[in-house]
Each structure stands twice: as structure tokens, then as C-alpha cells.
Write a protein that binds this ligand. Structure first.
Ligand SMILES: *Cc1c(COP(=O)(O)O)cnc(C)c1O
Length: 401
């Protein structure tokens, strides 16, 4: 390992884990508490209510589980499905690939709809599968809202519409790990049955909390779902919800206070402002990429992601070298290209508690690295494109102007 110490702040621009804001860090710096004393259930009650707001659901039942996004996936699947059930799943990048692998290892029959990496979910193919499935053997449609490996955002409203058009009862299970709390996400309106995310992405917390919301239909399905589950069993949570103590096993006290602080920041800014901020930072990043003369891995504008941008490098450059050098020379952490796009793309994460000047710092670092590795870029070109857009469009925090 060629580790070298670097002074100053690390510029953390991987698409998760992301920066943790100071108020959240401070809120977590505290002693343990007895989680059966009245303070923790009282706190938990407000947390569960507020988490529902992030998912834009009033009818969903939230679960906060000590796990990561991967555990939240498992919770969604095992509580609603039985081994051998048919699932339709979209393969468009590394995270959808990993979820499909989990689905197969949990013994579901996975009907995979594959697209080229850089494209969104192929909804025409979903439409033909739904049309052909007159006997309703498809029990669930699983989709990653925002594919973090390629920077592709799928259209969930369109998926819902297809299910409705074909009057198909399949459950809609959505990975919102790099979207919820950063991109427009409407659990109730889009008829999502299970939505999930993890703490270290847009919520800007440490890793270790999974957030899952189940629709009434998903809860109903959990009553008959035969998949083996213990740690992730919703029913254990529901029992403790009923008696008002909320936790079937020990929660992380520090993370609960961290979550309170994180939610307070989000609601103080306003969830819709948070989403609008991501949209501005996403657009600014794409303008910089364009100014550098480089291509976005995402092949169509409708799929552009406002939380992560995967930048395609010319064939004579190894994108891993860019990531290595960014960290070593500039203390800038960028995301690697994963699997099929390894060496071909690097990723800029622009999600979570982040502002314009932080992003411009990152873009400036990327320019220097690009030049270092032999790509002919004019220093300042991407920064200028991004800054011009940011300065001239609606400010990030309207109330501050
Ligand atoms: C990060 C990520 C995951 C995996 O989450 P872990 O917390 O690493 O288990 C799953 N899906 C998406 C879209 C992600 O971005």
C-alpha cells in the first residue's frame, strides 16, 4: 500500500459513504443509555414518523434496522416473498447486479432484464413480460432507483404505470439507497411496496442503519411469505411497536441521536430544497464534464443522475489511475469504475450534506488530475462552466439571499 499522510481535509466525493456534517458528529458524541428507559422510545417515535417523510409516505410502515443497504435489500425480499417466487429484476450496473445475486442466493427465480451499463431499465421488456404473465406468476418487480455504478436514474412512475396498465398485482420493491433524501422520491404516489435506503448515503450519517418502508400491501404479504428470516423479521419490530418500546434488540444510541440531528438539518433546509440542491449540483457537475470534453457514462439525458456522475475517460487513460492520483496527490476521494466499467469510468459523488464551493473544489481537483494523467484539459474550464451555472441559477438556499 502506498499510503501517505495528507494534511488538511480529505475531499470525500465517493458516492457513499459521504461527509457527515458537524452537528451530526457532535450529536453522536455521547454515552450509552438504557434503551428501555422512556427517553429512547420517545425519541424513536419521532424518528419513525420523520423517516416516513423522507420516503413521502403516510401509509407506509417504517423500520430502522442496524444494517447496511445490503441488509435492507434482504429485509425487503425475505419479508415479502417465498423461495421459488418469480421476480423480475433489472440489471443495469454493479448495484443491481449485487441485488440480483442476493435474490438468487435467497432462492428466488429471477427473470433478469439486462441493459447495457449506462442505460436505464428496459421498460418495454417489462411491459411484454407483464402482458404475457396472465396467471400472475411474477410476484415482485425489483428495481434500483439510482444505479450508483453508472449514474443512471430510473423512472419509477413509469414502472408503476406499467403495473397499473396491465393490472398486475406484483409487488414493487425499490432500492433507493442513492436516491432517497436526494432525488425526487414518492413512495405513496408511485405505489411502491417496499422502499429502502442506508444511512451513509444521502442522509450523511455513518454506515450502519438501514431504513425500510413497507406499504400496507407489503405488510399483508409478509404474513404469508415463507422465506426464512430472523434478524430482519418485520414481525419482531411490529410486536415492539405495539407495546411502545420499539426495539426488539439493542439499537445504537449514538446513531439514534445522529439520525435526529441529520433529520433536523434536512427539515430545516426543507426536503424539497435538499432535492433541488442535488439537482443543481448534479447539473453543475455534468456541465463541467462537458466542458472538459468528456462523456457521461449515462447515455440519455432522461437517466442523468443528480447524486452521482460516472465520467468516461478516453481509452488511453486508466480511470483507476485518476482515482489513485486524486487521493494521493490532492487528498480527493473519487469513486472507482466498478466491474464492467472498471478502468473506463471514474465517479464523482455529489450527494448528501454538500454545498456549491465544496463541489467546485472537487471539480478543480479533477481537472488537475486529468492534466496530470495526460488528458488535454484547460485548467478552470469545468469549474467555470459549473460556477457560471451555479451563480446564475436559483440559489441553493433561497432564504439566505
Ligand atoms: C451503496 C449502495 C448499496 C449497498 O449498500 P451497502 O450499505 O454498502 O450495503 C446498494 N444499492 C445502492 C444503489 C447503493 O448505492
Amino acid at each position: 500500500m502506498d499510503y501517505v499522510y495528507g494534511p488538511g481535509r480529505n475531499h470525500l466525493f465517493v458516492p457513499g459513504p459521504v461527509n457527515i456534517p458537524e452537528p451530526v458528529i457532535r450529536a453522536m458524541n455521547r454515552n450509552n443509555e438504557d434503551y428501555r428507559a422512556p427517553a429512547i422510545p420517545a425519541l424513536t417515535k419521532t424518528l419513525l414518523e420523520d423517516v416516513k417523510k423522507l420516503f413521502k409516505t403516510t401509509t407506509g410502515t417504517p423500520f430502522i434496522i442496524p444494517t447496511t443497504g445490503t441488509g435492507a435489500w434482504e429485509s425487503a425480499l425475505t419479508n415479502t416473498l417465498s423461495p421459488g417466487d418469480t421476480i423480475v429484476s433489472f440489471l443495469i450496473g454493479q448495484f443491481s447486479l449485487l441485488w440480483i445475486d442476493q435474490q438468487q442466493r435467497l432462492k428466488f427465480k429471477v427473470d433478469v432484464i439486462e441493459s447495457e451499463w449506462g442505460q436505464g431499465a428496459n421498460l418495454d421488456e417489462l411491459a411484454s413480460k407483464l402482458a404475457a404473465d396472465r396467471t400472475h406468476t411474477i410476484k415482485a418487480v425489483c428495481i434500483v432507483h439510482n444505479e450508483t455504478a453508472t449514474g443512471v436514474t430510473n423512472n419509477l412512475a413509469a414502472v408503476r404505470k406499467l403495473l397499473d396498465d396491465y393490472n398486475h398485482p406484483a409487488l414493487l420493491l425499490v432500492d433507493g439507497v442513492s436516491s432517497i433524501c436526494a432525488l425526487d422520491f414518492r413512495m405513496d404516489e408511485w405505489g411502491i411496496d417496499v422502499a429502502l435506503t442506508g444511512s451513509q448515503k444521502a442522509l450523511s450519517m455513518p454506515t450502519g442503519m438501514g431504513f425500510i418502508c413497507a406499504s400496507p400491501k407489503a405488510l399483508e404479504a409478509s404474513k404469508t411469505a415463507q422465506s426464512a428470516r430472523v434478524f430482519f423479521d418485520w414481525n419482531d419490530y411490529l410486536k415492539f411497536y405495539k407495546i411502545g418500546t420499539y426495539w426488539p434488540y439493542t439499537p445504537s444510541i449514538q446513531m439514534l441521536y445522529g439520525l435526529r440531528a441529520a433529520l433536523d438539518l434536512i427539515f430545516e433546509e426543507g426536503l424539497d430544497n435538499v432535492i433541488a440542491r442535488h439537482s443543481r449540483l448534479g447539473k453543475a457537475t455534468r456541465l463541467a464534464v462537458e466542458a472538459w470534453g468528456l462523456k457521461n457514462c449515462t447515455q440519455k439525458e432522461e437517466w442523468h443522475s443528480d447524486t452521482v456522475t460516472a465520467v468516461v475517460v478516453p481509452p488511453y487513460i486508466d480511470s483507476s489511475e485518476i482515482v489513485r492520483r486524486a487521493w494521493k496527490r490532492y487528498n480527493l476521494s473519487l469513486g472507482l469504475g466498478l466491474n464492467k466499467v472498471a478502468g473506463k469510468v471514474f465517479r464523482i459523488g455529489h450527494l448528501g450534506n454538500l454545498n456549491e464551493l465544496q463541489l467546485l473544489g472537487c471539480l478543480s481537483g479533477v481537472e488537475m488530475v486529468l492534466k496530470d494523467v495526460g488528458y488535454p484539459v484547460k485548467l478552470g474550464s469545468g469549474v467555470a462552466a459549473a460556477a457560471t451555472y451555479l451563480q446564475n441559477s436559483t440559489p441553493m438556499i433561497p432564504s439566505r439571499i
